[in-house]
Design a protein around this ligand. Structure first.
Ligand SMILES: NC(=O)c1ccc[n+]([C@@H]2O[C@H](COP(=O)([O-])OP(=O)(O)OC[C@H]3O[C@@H](n4cnc5c(N)ncnc54)[C@H](OP(=O)(O)O)[C@@H]3O)[C@@H](O)[C@H]2O)c1
Length: 424
């Protein structure tokens, strides 16, 4: 089986090394020998270890129109010209494996339909959580399991930063600098810390889990840049750890998919996922809970997921039971204000009699009930932390608006959501 590569950077080079190292095992198991054919790059003059210069090209047609190529592996990233190349490959009936979350979270449904109508396959395991086989589990093992929730720590950079802030008491900036020094964070970490990377992965996972096309733009996201060391300490006092969570739920007559920092009860299984690891908790009435944990990035880890996809194509070619296109279950996507959570709110207030009662009234008028309160005097002011029971985002927004209008409230309320089992 001859593989045409689009891109040969961190993941592409690791894939070439993996094929060289695992070739014998693959040949024994599958009866086919894998070989790397033409490789598209931007700069073909730069030497890459283990790759003959003659394999490198800057002309995409050397890969896309090569009749000897049996499968295309796309590890160049980005939306264009990548999408155009993949369309050409699929239209021509060539199976494609991609690691591209940006593309799959925006055009995945269309590309899968194109693969199906062209009688070929599009596989994308490495596009969400790298080496964790979560897409295969959702698409095959749990195809009929009626998933009710997918909750994930799907970005290793932010999980590392939050873990180090909590463990070593580092500030956000210190923990980010440490993550960059260790290679867990990119020089430009915006996509990771801002939540966009996690939102792309959650769009992909929710689309498969709920048989509905969830586009990247459908996923509201918040990052961890606004999480303070102070909130991690207060959360610990309340019995929680803070994680950047992707939360996709079926409930209230629709689907909600979001990414935000959240308070996770310290005994919850997601609370134990530390450092750069990823984890995805799959919930369903039939199998209760299944959690998958492992490395969510890295060249070698991502290459292993790509190889698994290539082998699946070998194993299921002609007569696969898998449908390429998304099955449309006709479920509506809920607006963010229709979703529900329990909330943690931190604010500074004047330390005067009656202030707490005034705040409690704002919550009661908004229809939210309070679960616990911590108040600490700090001179003339007091730090107030409230944790609510589950309520809608629109109710919480009303309570926050009322608090902002009070003279006694001396800071912008800091709002985090709790991971609550009963939230939708
Ligand atoms: N790195 C990870 O841990 C990881 C994990 C999961 C998924 N992914 C996904 O895997 C994909 C690749 O990531 P990576 O880290 O390997 O990226 P990378 O190191 O930047 O490599 C990109 C490769 O694609 C080539 N390329 C980019 N644009 C091109 C264009 N327009 N025409 C021709 N060649 C082009 C580059 O050529 P040159 O070498 O000439 O510059 C390079 O070889 C991305 O979609 C990423 O999201 C990465």
């Amino acid at each position: 089986m001859r593989i045409g590569l689009l891109g040969c950077g961190t993941v592409g080079q690791a894939f070439v090394r993996t094929i060289a190292g695992q070739g014998e095992t693959v040949a024994r198991a599958s009866g086919r020998r894998l070989e790397i054919g033409p490789i598209l790059v931007r700069d073909a003059t730069r030497a890459r270890p283990g790759i003959a210069p003659a394999q490198l090209t800057t002309d995409p047609q050397d890969v896309l129109s090569d009749p000897e190529v049996d499968v295309i592996v796309e590890v160049m990233g980005g939306i264009e010209p990548t999408a155009t190349y993949l369309r050409q490959a699929l239209q021509g009936g060539t199976p494609v494996v991609t690691a591209n979350k940006q593309l799959m979270s925006r055009q995945g449904a269309d590309l899968l339909t194109l693969a199906e109508t062209s009688g070929t396959e599009l596989r994308f395991e490495a596009s969400a959580c790298a080496a964790i086989p979560v897409i295969k589990v959702l698409r095959e093992s749990m195809l009929a399991a009626e998933i009710s929730a997918v909750t994930g720590i799907v970005n290793g950079t932010t999980n590392y930063i939050l873990s180090e802030m909590a463990r070593a008491g580092l500030s956000y900036q210190e923990a980010l600098a440490q993550a960059q020094a260790l290679g867990y964070a990119e020089a430009d970490p915006t996509e990771d810390v801002g939540g966009a990377d996690a939102a792309a992965k959650m769009a992909i996972l929710a689309s498969i889990a709920f048989h509905t096309n969830v586009h990247f733009d459908d996923v509201p996201y918040e990052g961890i840049d606004g999480v303070h060391a102070e909130d991690l300490e207060l959360a610990r006092d309340l019995g929680f750890v803070v994680k950047l969570l992707g939360v996709a739920r079926l409930g209230n007559g629709g689907i909600s998919v979001r990414v935000h920092p959240a308070l996770v009860p310290e005994r919850h299984r997601l609370a134990a996922v530390m450092g750069p690891d990823n984890a995805v908790l799959l919930e369903s009435g039939t199998v209760r809970q299944i959690m998958l944990v492992g490395p969510g990035a890295g060249g070698t880890e991502t290459a292993s997921a790509i190889l698994a996809d290539v082998l699946s194509i070998l194993g299921t070619a002609k007569g696969s039971f898998l449908q390429n296109a998304l099955v449309d279950a006709g479920r509506p996507l809920l607006r963010p204000d229709q979703t529900e959570s329990a909330f943690y709110i931190r604010l500074r207030v004047m330390d005067r009699p009656g202030v707490l009662a005034q705040i409690a009234t704002a919550f009661a008028e908004a229809g939210l009930s309070i679960r616990s309160v911590i108040q600490r005097g700090e001179g003339e002011a007091a730090r107030l932390v409230l944790v609510t029971h589950v309520g809608s985002e629109s109710r919480m927004n009303a309570a926050v608006a009322a608090m902002r209008d009070m003279d006694e409230v001396r800071s912008e309320p800091v709002l985090l959501r709790l991971l609550a089992e009963d939230a939708a």
